[in-house]
Design a binder for this molecule. Structure first.
Ligand code: DGY
Length: 425
């Protein structure tokens, strides 16, 4: 059974393969997306190592001069997506968006390197990627942590990848809608509108794009100029974990400066992350840098902190928290606690389960000695696929498949989980 699931997953990767990059799914997302790509490379690495490296190479080939790696690369024209290059106007030779996404490339590159059978290829490709991924990490600390707190802020919900999370409801109120140029959404023509963000949220997404565009996409200005500046524990955990992994990769490639700088980022980041812990919620919370206050919202961002090398005590507390949430859901891990009044089992990041986040949380918890809950998360992930196919996300109560179909990173995570954990999952 698991073999045929892997075969089906490989077919999806091939279906969405555009030669040097993959699209998340055709129609809804017809370009290259940043964290989709890096995580999808993990899937390719099991059957085509060269193709896996190329996926990350293509992404990093569109890095900006300041080090930022954009969240979308518009390799080909396609007017079925909004907002396209004409809205972003970032002036890149191959058009890109102007914001970034969770930096999973360091984690992915280290994994693909460790498991590579073709050692010469792995060494050459990892050596070429190492300084570019490092430059991206350093860009984060320079441009998104100007006061040197050890944690970085996102300045647009799209950067978190969790576009319409309940976490952003309160800080998003500071983003106006006046002056937003009229637009027509395309996402709701490809996916059920009740699974997607609202029009009100889209107006604010676009207001921020227009604001950043008016500042010439100058990252020396954008952080302070944005009315939306949020420190997301999940996002920062990914950055810290990628710095830790990059340090090990740099050791293996004999690049001591990159190793030392990356390790220093981890050492500063872990205690800073710990300051986002809430005893009341039993998990980490987002911090609104504009208001100077924690955001009282029990989202999966606070559980994804497990992906960073946090203390064993915190990992045990997160495992207990997820166990508690499991009494209110049929499939772990919902993107928001079903006990919250704003929970919406179908609407994108306001409740549904996402396999990529499941895989990262399980990975982190297992490393911290919480193997039982990690197994349960992976088992639920595979149950969802068996029940409902390779969707973008799933209702955590009914397993209803939501969003796009034939989804690349969902397929990649199935390949990853079943290859590493087999039928146990
Ligand atoms: C979308 O278009 O839905 C993306 O999440 C934004 O990158």
């Amino acid at each position: 059974m698991s073999e045929s699931l892997i075969d089906r997953a490989i077919e999806i990767l091939r279906l969405n393969d555009r030669g040097t990059y993959t699209v998340p799914t055709s129609g809804l997302y017809p370009f290259q997306w940043n964290w989709d790509s890096a995580l999808s490379a993990l899937g390719f690495s099991y059957f085509d190592e060269a193709r896996a490296w190329t996926e990350i190479d293509t992404l990093l080939a569109h890095q900006w001069d300041d080090g930022m790696v954009p969240h979308i690369i518009f390799h080909e024209e396609d007017d079925g997506y909004f907002p396209g290059p004409d809205v972003w106007q970032t002036g890149r030779p191959v058009p890109t968006s102007g914001v970034t996404q969770p930096p999973v490339a360091g984690f992915a590159a280290k994994r693909i390197f460790d498991r590579a059978k073709d050692r010469d290829l792995a060494e050459a490709r990892a050596r070429a990627l190492l300084p570019r991924i490092h430059a991206w990490h350093e860009w984060f600390f320079r441009c998104r942590d100007p006061e040197g707190s050890g944690l970085v802020a996102i300045i647009h919900p799209w950067e978190s990848g969790r576009d319409n999370s309940i976490d952003w409801d309160q800080p998003f109120a500071a983003v106006p809608t006046e002056g937003v140029q009229p637009f027509q959404r395309r996402d709701t023509q490809h996916a059920d509108p009740s699974h997607r963000p609202t029009d009100e949220q889209y107006k604010r997404y676009i207001w921020l794009v227009q604001k950043f565009r008016s500042l010439g996409w100058n990252n020396d200005k954008l952080h302070d100029a944005s009315p939306f500046r949020v420190v997301d524990p999940g996002f920062n955990a990914i950055l810290i974990r990628s710095c830790a992994d990059l340090a090990e990769l740099a050791d293996a490639l004999d690049e001591p400066e990159i190793a030392a700088t990356s390790r220093a980022r981890v050492e500063a980041g872990i205690p800073a992350l710990d300051a986002l812990w809430s005893d009341e919620f039993g998990q980490f919370l987002c911090f609104d840098r504009v208001q100077g206050a924690l955001i009282q919202s029990a989202s999966i961002g606070g559980l994804l902190a497990a992906f960073a090398p946090i203390s064993q005590d915190r990992a045990a507390a997160l495992a207990a928290r997820i166990d508690d949430i499991s009494s209110r859901t049929n499939y772990l891990v919902p993107s928001h606690d079903p006990a919250a009044p704003e929970f919406d089992s179908l609407r994108y990041w306001r409740g549904p389960v996402w396999l990529i986040v499941n895989t990262m949380i399980a990975n982190g918890l297992e490393r911290a000695g919480q193997g039982d809950i990690a197994d349960r998360i992976r088992t639920d992930s595979v149950r969802l696929i068996r029940q409902s196919g390779f969707a973008e996300y799933y209702d955590p109560i009914t397993a209803e498949p939501c969003g796009g179909e034939h989804f690349t990173w969902t397929a990649a995570m199935v390949i990853e989980i079943l290859n590493l954990h087999g039928e146990k999952a």
